[in-house]
Structure formats: structure tokens, C-alpha cells
Design a protein around this ligand. Structure first.
Ligand code: S3P
Length: 424
């Protein structure tokens, strides 16, 4: 798809439902007894992979236009899959479902696309094996495909080296089936959607500092879940509104959970005008975000804030390229093991657009303020890279072409039409 520099972006939009919360609603609804109804579910390819896996495990899931309905069968209601489980491109599906499969009285094989088959799974294999699970990487490279043979599990206290909600959630889900309380301590707190939603379904989950605890064998009951708009999807429009001169955008009903809101803090620290309207603190907090064009300046982004904006760092790099001065991103080595190596890909293609950017071991250094020019971008089959460069193209002279641009359907199928609607 081809893009050109644009005049101001104006109008309002609602971004689709949160990806992390949508996955969890399907998974936890499947393990709960009774009916779960989910509204504003993200119809992205990743979440559809989660639905497909749970259907193969014997759960009836109706994906209707207004809501999805899950007929959960309780903690012991899954049945042996008739075929290989395919998580597609979804790391969340792969890692979270592994925690569930580790405790089932049957064997499963879990695979995904080429990206999933190269992403690190040792991080979940290690703690789940400590709990008693039998997980084998079939290619012997600590990646999918995984053969998971369910076992009786015991509670552990796991100290994770990485701040990862996928790792934490896999262990907590296995902890539902353990013999004693399970604890996970993270170096820095990661997104806490599992803790919140497991509580909604009736699990006993609590936290102390950066440790999450779960009691085994709760009776989970079906619930109604309304998924807030995804702040990771809103991030592209936050960035667009801030960097395209004259812009004025209202993004409605965005999740602003404090374990996810680092983009708001960073945008403000860079000098961005973002106003939070209609703030609602019931359940997962939400707000409407009013974003207007701002003269951004570079900052240093490091430490505890990183897990709260890990998926937004590619588009933050675009904001940094448009800002005056230097932005330093540190403590973000996790970027190398996402859907692509997001440090290498951002450095390669922002450089190709004329930005002065250097990759480091755990981040990037961006000298902002140079004019950008159009380029040909290969997003390396990474949805967030494609959307980040669509935003960069809006301030670049000439034409930008994004190859394989429909990869955005992983997390935001209507991204290009939502963007076009703001052109005026
Ligand atoms: C997610 C956690 C994060 C994030 C991913 C979704 C989740 O991954 O990058 O897009 O839903 O738990 P990590 O847990 O690997 O940091």
C-alpha cells in the first residue's frame, strides 16, 4: 500500500477492543462454568487463533456480530484436541494456552507461523516444567512446535528474569490446577489483565509488590466482559495526532490501565498535548483521549516504564524521529524477540527514511528533527511495524510503500480505513 505526506488529521474514532483482554476473555470463559458474553471483542487474526484453539479443545464459541458467546465447561471441561493447535502469529495464545495444557489429562501439539516458530518458549517451558509439566520443543530449539503432555502440577514460587505478562499468565493459569498456591515474582510489574479478569471469573488472585499469587481449583463462573479499546492500537493515532501539524483527534473509550499507559506518560514528557476525558475507573479503567498537534522534544525512556509501553516502542521511535533533539530508549531488549526484531527493523527502515537512528543492545538512540523522505518498507510480517511506518509516512516527503501491508489484520483489521477517515 502507498502513502503520502498528509495535511492535518481531524475527527474522532473508536479503536478496536484490547488484544490482551480479548484473548483472556476467550481462555478464561472456556475454563469457567456457564455462559460468558464478550462485547467489543477484537476480531483480529491473533484473537481468532485463540477462538480456534479452544474450539478444537471442545468449547462451543459463537462469534456473532454484537458479541461472542462462550459455553464454558469448567476447569476440567476441555477435551483432547482432534488436531494440532495452531496459534498463528500469536505469542499470547501460544504462551498462555501452554499453561492450561500443562495440566490437562491429554497430550496436545501446539504450533504457529514462522514467526511463532522462532520465538523463545524456554521462558514458559522452564517454570511449567518446574511445576511438573512435560513440554518438549519438537525441533529441539526451545521454540514451537511444542508437545505438551498434561501432568499433576504443584505450586511454585517462580522468580522470572523478564517482566512478561505472557510468562506470568502461563504460570498463573497452570496454578489454577496446582496442589498449593502459586506465586510469580517479576523484576518489574507487567500488564495485569490476567489478575483482574481471573478475579472477575471468581478465582482468588492477589498481588504484593511485583508478586502475583493464585489459589488452586477455584470454581470459575461465566461472566460478562466488555473489552475496552486497545491503547496499543490508539498509540498510532496518538502519534499521528501529535506529529502531523494542525491535527486534532478524539480517540474514544481507550483502556488506560496503569500497567499499559506508558505511551501517555511518554507522549506528555515529550511535550505532547493529550487530554483525558470521561475517565471511568470501574473495572479496567478507560478514557477518551483528545490529542492535538504538538512540538515534541526528545527524552530518555528507561527502567520500570518499559513494560507499560513495550508494544508502543516502534511508534514511539517514529514520534522521536519527528521530535527535536535526542531520544534514548534503554532496557528494552525484549524488542528483539517480538513478532520481528523490532530494534533492527526500526533502525533499518527509519534510516532508509533519512532519520539518524542507532540500535543498541537494549534499545535505540534517535536524533530527531531531520526531514523524513518516503521509502519502501518491508514490515517483516510484523503488524506493529507496518502501522508505525504508516504513521511515519504521514510526515515524510514523497511516497512511502508498505509491502505486505495487510499484516495489520493481526491486531487492527480496520487500521487503514480508520486512518483514511481522518484525512478530511
Ligand atoms: C501480552 C504481553 C506482552 C505484549 C504482547 C501481549 C499479553 O508480551 O508484548 O503483545 O497479552 O500478555 P510479553 O509478555 O512477552 O512482554
Amino acid at each position: 500500500m502507498k502513502f503520502h505526506k498528509t495535511k492535518e488529521l481531524k475527527g474522532e474514532l473508536s479503536v478496536p477492543g484490547d488484544k490482551s483482554i480479548s484473548h483472556r476473555a476467550v481462555m478464561f470463559g472456556s475454563l469457567a462454568l456457564g455462559t460468558t458474553e464478550v462485547t467489543n471483542f477484537l476480531q483480529g487474526a491473533d484473537c481468532l487463533s485463540t477462538i480456534d484453539c479452544f474450539r478444537r479443545l471442545g468449547i462451543e464459541i459463537k462469534n456473532g456480530p454484537e458479541k461472542i458467546t462462550i459455553h464454558g465447561k469448567g476447569l476440567d471441561g476441555l477435551s483432547a484436541p482432534s488436531s494440532i493447535l495452531d496459534a498463528g502469529n500469536s505469542g499470547t495464545t501460544t504462551r498462555l494456552i501452554s499453561g492450561i495444557l500443562a495440566a490437562q489429562p491429554f497430550e496436545s501439539v501446539l504450533t504457529g507461523d514462522d514467526s511463532i516458530k522462532s520465538r523463545p518458549m524456554r521462558r514458559i517451558m522452564e517454570p511449567l516444567t518446574m511445576m511438573g509439566a512435560d513440554i518438549v520443543s519438537l525441533n529441539g530449539n526451545d521454540c514451537a512446535p511444542l508437545r505438551i503432555t498434561g501432568k499433576k502440577l504443584h505450586g511454585i514460587h517462580y522468580r522470572s528474569k523478564v517482566a512478561s505478562a505472557q510468562v506470568k499468565s502461563a504460570i498463573l493459569l497452570a496454578g489454577l490446577y496446582a496442589d498449593t498456591v502459586t506465586e510469580v515474582t517479576e523484576p518489574v510489574i507487567s500488564r495485569n489483565h490476567s489478575e483482574i479478569m481471573l478475579g472477575t471469573f471468581g478465582a482468588k488472585v492477589w498481588t504484593k509488590g511485583t508478586t502475583a499469587f493464585i489459589e488452586p481449583r477455584p470454581s470459575l463462573k461465566g461472566a460478562k466482559i466488555n473489552v475496552p479499546g486497545d491503547i496499543s492500537s490508539a498509540a498510532y493515532f496518538i502519534a499521528a495526532g501529535l506529529v502531523v501539524p494542525g491535527s486534532d483527534i478524539l480517540i474514544k473509550n481507550v483502556g488506560i490501565n496503569p500497567t499499559r499507559d506508558g505511551i501517555l506518560k511518554v507522549a506528555k514528557a515529550m511535550g505532547g498535548n493529550i487530554e483525558l476525558l470521561n475517565v471511568n475507573h470501574v473495572g479496567e479503567p478507560t478514557a477518551d483521549l483528545h490529542v492535538t498537534y504538538s512540538r515534541l522534544h526528545g527524552i530518555t525512556i528507561e527502567g520500570d516504564i518499559i513494560p507499560t509501553l513495550i508494544d508502543e516502542l516502534p511508534v514511539i521511535a517514529v514520534m522521536a524521529a519527528a521530535a527535536q533533539g535526542t531520544t534514548v530508549i534503554k532496557d528494552a531488549a525484549e524488542l528483539k524477540v517480538k513478532e520481528s526484531n523490532r530494534i533492527d527493523v526500526m533502525v533499518e527502515y527509519l534510516s532508509s527514511m533519512g532519520c539518524c537512528i542507532t540500535g543498541t543492545e537494549d534499545g535505540m538512540i534517535i536524533e530527531g528533527g531531520r526531514p523524513l523522505t518516503g521509502s519502501i518498507i518491508d514490515p517483516h510480517a510484523d503488524h506493529r511495524i507496518a502501522m508505525s511506518f504508516a504513521i511515519a509516512s504521514l510526515v515524510a516527503e514523497g511516497e512511502t510503500e508498505i509491502l505486505n501491508s495487510d499484516i495489520v489484520s493481526i491486531s487492527y483489521p480496520s487500521f487503514y480505513s480508520d486512518l483514511r477517515n481522518l484525512y478530511g
